[in-house]
Design a protein around this ligand. Structure first.
Ligand SMILES: Nc1ncnc2c1ncn2[C@@H]1O[C@H](COP(=O)(O)OP(=O)(O)O)[C@@H](O)[C@H]1O
Ligand SMILES: [Mg+2]
Length: 270
């Protein structure tokens, strides 16, 4: 088994005790189906929280609710001290979707300049945009490739370009939807190291989803999801200890069994 604990940085002190995200009785219906069911959780600031669960459990829906693009959300959902979707949150949140758009016929720098112009338009902002673009490219370690066409990049480099786009507005909260999907183990490790350096150097909060349980070991905190519910909201260490498991994957399976047994017991009592 791969043990990632050694490379996991300690969570920084959080001077601001308000969580980055607070959900209370949060539910979402898509079409006529309840997709998120009565979620209560918090995401602390300045740390990396992993949102883990199998495909279809509701990770993307939850992220869309957090960034304010999901319809039919009920309950309370506060993000950086404001209700989710509040206009002032637009520049404070960076969001990378599951299928991020990078233009193949533009260079890395041109891609970023394009998104920077949407985010911060106008002739007067040209110098600031140039600075932000250069810094975002440096933050994801692509300075030496800045003038390469995006179409010629590897999968891992493309993921880093998408991340750079999300970093343009200097967001306090980064929401990354399955950023490591399809990458080989070495690139996944490099990308997780990059997430940690962003959390440490910018003091940003990162919410990162994955359906690969071994990525859980790289997070400060975890939200484990199944079928639209949160099974656990804890640190990897506490989860493993509490369930007497060696890995977060084993802990997850243990919690699933518990949930199934509890549902069965309820059924028998009817
Ligand atoms: N546009 C939609 N209309 C109705 N149901 C949807 C829609 N998009 C997703 N769903 C359903 O919502 C559930 C959660 O999906 P999603 O949030 O994408 O999960 P995940 O990101 O964990 O794979 C799934 O069961 C999916 O079928
Ligand atoms: Mg998804």
């Amino acid at each position: 088994m791969m043990n990632y604990s050694a490379v996991r940085s300690d969570p920084p002190d959080t001077p601001d005790n308000n969580p980055a995200i607070r959900a209370d009785a949060l539910s979402v219906v898509r079409g006529t189906r309840p997709v998120l069911r009565d979620l209560d959780f918090t995401v602390p600031r300045g740390q990396i929280t992993g949102l883990l669960g199998p495909s279809g459990c509701g990770k993307t829906t939850l992220m869309r609710a957090i960034v304010g693009t999901q319809a039919k959300v009920t309950g309370t959902l506060d993000v950086l001290g404001r209700p989710a979707g509040h206009p002032t949150l637009r520049t404070r949140i960076g969001y990378v979707t599951q299928a991020p758009s990078v233009y193949d016929d533009l260079t890395i720098r041109q891609n970023l300049a394009y998104f920077a112009a949407i985010l911060d338009p106008g002739h007067a902002a040209a110098d600031r945009r140039h600075e932000n673009v250069t810094r975002a490219i440096a933050d994801v370690d692509l300075t030496s490739h800045a003038d390469a066409l995006a179409g010629n990049l590897s999968g891992g480099q493309r993921s880093r370009v998408s991340l750079a786009v999300a970093l343009l507005g200097t967001p306090e909260l980064l929401v990354l939807d399955e950023p490591t999907v399809g990458l080989d183990p070495v690139l996944r490790r490099d990308l997780w190291n990059l997430f940690h350096s962003i959390a440490a150097s910018r003091g940003a909060t990162l919410l990162i989803s994955s359906h690969v349980m071994d990525e859980a070991e790289r997070c400060h905190r975890l939200l484990l999801m199944r079928e639209g519910r949160i099974l656990a909201d804890d640190t990897p260490d506490v989860l493993r200890t509490r369930t007497n498991s060696e890995t977060v994957e084993a802990a997850f399976l243990h919690l699933v069994d518990e949930a199934v047994a509890a549902a069965g017991a309820k059924e028998t009592m009817r």
